[in-house]
Design a protein around this ligand. Structure first.
Ligand SMILES: Cc1ncc(COP(=O)(O)O)c(C=O)c1O
Ligand SMILES: N[C@@H](CCSC[C@H](N)C(=O)O)C(=O)O
Length: 470
């Protein structure tokens, strides 16, 4: 698909077959190893299609040949006899045909032998962390989604788990804390919200060498299976918030877990059935529907994100986005992923200025989350990461002024216009006749002078008084 030939991709990468030679390597195409289902979603002819095709291609054996998998909106399924005559399904907490169909479809596109779907991304992490026992040690990053940090803190406080937050961009920092009690290494890449890149293959290698029974779990929410397959890179578990790119419309909550090890799959399934967090039939149907447009949505979203990132950088902002060559881990990112995604963050140097930008935007909705078709703007320290206390945020060097942009599928010129207006209105830029430049930009780039930048000129505060150069 054309996301592979995006202008952000390194030259050496362009023209590669989207990693699909590797994708589906572990696919059980006939479904023999998958849990039984009345609704197969793998092609019966066994043919592997390109990922963009597989996203939309499903097969079922519905009695009426329904093109859209039916929603089995039933809590119970009648049995044929009272004694051990359990059919394929008995109770929706334990299993439901719509959910199974979705799980098989996800296993296919996540290049896993088994996928499981639960009621939210945090629900997925909750299921995964129930593999831990008191005294176990977890190694994780120092830049993590706030909710992930919160759950780990809860487990450290109440569950007897020891959690090490280290700089996971440096595999040596991970190696330094791994010991025989390390049972899990939990990674995000790109991280939320600092967009740091973590070397999944290297950390998996280091972890498994130090402790072969330790599990490497990767949160792939930022990229989705369209752009990165952590299981192919050495991870043991991949999980995602289906609330984001997989569904794409912010109309449902879901979490997805994918694995290749059947024994691990059984343990995770046990927890889902025992705790009752399996995804409902209606949300399973809705998520399946969303997945079918993942390819086109992501392609447009990341093309827009690339333009926005370049726009902000060209006006002197410090931008974090792996599609920019200035990203310090650009090569590492592209060695693992097939695209840069559509989340970026930038800094203004002033929390109040950032707040004004966010509040001045009109097209960009002030909202947490990402992956939606609509563009969103947020201040992570006040919103998605507010559950990390201010002291910890400071220790982990999370800039209070950071603004996160989650780019949607709108017309990119409209997005740039709206952002430009918000920057001017917020006084985040110095405006000249035909340009504008981030305040403090020249200090950041080592005093480079800019012909267009008038020394000492006051930033425009009045939106109506400022025209918006592009
Ligand atoms: C990277 C990441 N992982 C996991 C989650 C949790 O997902 P959910 O909101 O679906 O519980 C989120 C956001 O909420 C996230 O940003
Ligand atoms: N109030 C919520 C905040 C959810 S943040 C959602 C998303 N992961 C993001 O990064 O924007 C909470 O406390 O969890």
């Amino acid at each position: 698909m054309s996301s592979t030939s995006s202008s952000s991709a390194p030259e050496s990468y362009k023209g590669k077959a989207n990693g699909l030679g590797k994708a589906f390597r572990n696919l059980d195409i006939d479904g023999h190893d998958l849990p039984p289902s009345p609704a197969p979603s793998s092609p019966r002819n066994g043919r592997k299609y390109a990922l963009a095709t597989e996203l939309v291609y499903t097969e079922g054996n519905d009695q009426y040949n329904a093109s859209s998998v039916p929603i089995y909106q039933s809590a119970t399924f009648k049995q044929e006899s009272a004694t051990g005559g359990a059919g394929e399904y008995d109770y929706t907490r334990s299993g439901n045909p719509t959910r199974t169909h979705l799980e098989r479809h996800l296993a296919k596109i996540m290049n896993a032998t088994r996928a499981l779907v639960v009621s939210s991304g945090m629900g997925a992490l909750d299921v995964i962390t129930r593999l831990l026992r008191p005294g176990d040690e977890v190694v994780t990053g120092d830049d993590l989604y706030g909710g992930t940090n919160r759950l780990l803190k809860y487990l450290a406080t109440n569950g007897g788990i020891i959690v090490h937050h280290v700089d996971t961009t440096n595999p040596e920092c991970v190696r330094a804390v791994i010991n025989s009690k390390t049972t899990m290494v939990l990674l995000e890449t790109p991280t939320n919200p600092l967009i740091k890149i973590v070397d999944i293959p290297r950390i998996s290698e280091v972890t498994h060498a130090a402790n072969p029974s330790a599990i490497v779990a990767v949160d792939n929410t930022m990229l989705s299976p369209l752009l990165q397959n952590p299981l192919d890179l050495g991870a043991d578990i991949v999980y995602e918030s289906g609330t984001k790119y997989l569904s794409g419309h912010h109309d449902l909550m879901a979490g997805v877990i994918a694995i290749n090890d059947p024994a691990l799959g059984e343990k995770l399934y046990f927890t889902i059935n025992a705790s009752g967090c399996g995804l409902s039939p209606f949300d399973s149907w809705l998520l399946l529907r969303g997945i079918k447009t993942l390819g086109v949505r992501m392609e447009k979203q990341q093309a827009n994100a690339q333009r926005i990132a370049e726009f902000l950088e060209s006006h002197g902002f410090k931008v974090r986005y792996p599609g920019l060559r200035s990203h310090p881990q650009y090569d590492l990112h592209w060695s693992m992923a097939r695209g840069a995604g559509a989340v970026l963050s930038f800094e203004t140097g002033d929390v109040n200025v950032s707040e004004r930008i966010v509040e001045s935007a009109r097209l960009w909705a002030i909202s947490v989350s990402f992956g939606c078709v609509n563009s969103l703007i947020s201040m992570p320290c006040r919103m998605s990461h507010a559950s990390i206390d201010a002291k910890t945020r400071a220790e982990r060097q999370l800039p209070e002024d950071i603004i996160r942009l989650c780019v949607g599928i709108e017309d990119v010129e409209d997005l740039i216009d709206d952002l430009s207006r918000a920057l001017v209105q917020a006084g985040a830029v110095t405006v000249t006749v035909d340009n504008f430049r981030a305040l403090g930009a020249d200090k950041r780039i080592g005093g480079d002078s800019d012909e267009d930048l008038t020394e000492g000129k006051q930033p425009a505060q009045d939106p109506e008084a400022a025209s918006v150069p592009s």
